[in-house]
Ligand binder design. Sequence first.
Ligand code: PLP
Length: 422
Amino acid sequence: MDHFLYRDGALFAEDVPVNEIAASVGTPFYCYSTATLTRHFRLFDEALEPLDHLVCFAMKSNSNQAILKTLAELGAGMDVVSGGEYARAKAAGVPGDRIVFSGVGKTATEMRAALSGGIRQFNVESEPEMELLNAVALSMGVVAPVAIRINPDVDARTHAKIATGKSENKFGIPIARAKEVYARAAALPGLEVTGIDVHIGSQLTELEPFELAYKKVAELTQALRADGHEIRRLDLGGGLGIPYTRSNEAPPLPSEYGDLIKRTLGHLGCEVEIEPGRLISGNAGIMVSSVIYVKNGEGRDFLIVDGAMNDLVRPSMYDAHHDIIPVREPAPGTEQAPIDIVGPVCESGDTFAKQRDMPPLASGDLVAFRSAGAYGAVMSSEYNSRPLIPEVLVKGDQFAVIRPRPTFDEMISRDNIPEWLL
Ligand SMILES: *Cc1c(COP(=O)(O)O)cnc(C)c1O
């Protein structure tokens, strides 16, 4: 459920008409709903009751400061995957003890920054990383809290580019080697092993892969405890999918996911962390775009909009589907006809949808790409020298630009001309 609904024939973001935002900031732009973010965070938070738990928002899905602050004020922790994300989390006021640091390639610089700024735990993904973190912590005279990310070798049954829990993926330590690696970690004086971490992929639309993985985590917890390790925390990753189409998909609910966690791991007495990204931010955002032209091709019509693959890359990168709806609600009974919806970028891959049934639209009409709040703005670029599009946050009847559109001059002035060209 989200808060982008038609009212009196026009699309609203909460209590704000989307066309009013468009008139104020210009298109294309991202628009997020505070009520939706809040609702989704709370669903997870409540789903894990009564376990001792922390919901760490995977901020790689959306790392705008205003989004982070909105969630942090609700009590969210953050899952960060880079020094830049760590800095953003801190800048948004998230205390270090609510930040977990994931990622396969943490550098010594990133480790030092997190150790000096405060960190709940590093999710360590390899033995070389473990050795480096130990050395960095010792050089600073501190002890680094760690969970070790194990790769449970389960098939998440999602798009290959976002599956992370099979043995052929680059993530984590093979579960078969876990005992050996934990023994090594326990012998390193710069590390304090707190628990186990697992994350099997993104946009999972079934609970079964989670169940397989979490059962393996439960067994491993007991095996490691038997070896004398104090396993007190389980980080269960993110990955619960969202419905990208209104019609047929019905991924599991956070409450069902929470029940699964309690059923498979509740008896272990561990503190539980989860790292949802998409399910919190995905349906909390839309991308609003204007129709530039309707072009009639040979046997095919094209709706050319001012948003493009550089603004929202998911369709070209993951073959992802986004529902695209007109901002002015079509009258009941309006005929729909198939059309290709494309952006202006000079690549055939700049196609949002092929042969999508749409009501008649004309130049200047606004359309909204739904479910664009996750992996949208964060993955955007200035390809074709198209300035990053603005982000807007709505709360009730208020809205604010939370990242402005740079001017061409601002975009150009980031480049420097070397002396020899002056
Ligand atoms: C990407 C990622 C997440 C979030 O995945 P979602 O599908 O957005 O919930 C969580 N944890 C880790 C380690 C990740 O890499």
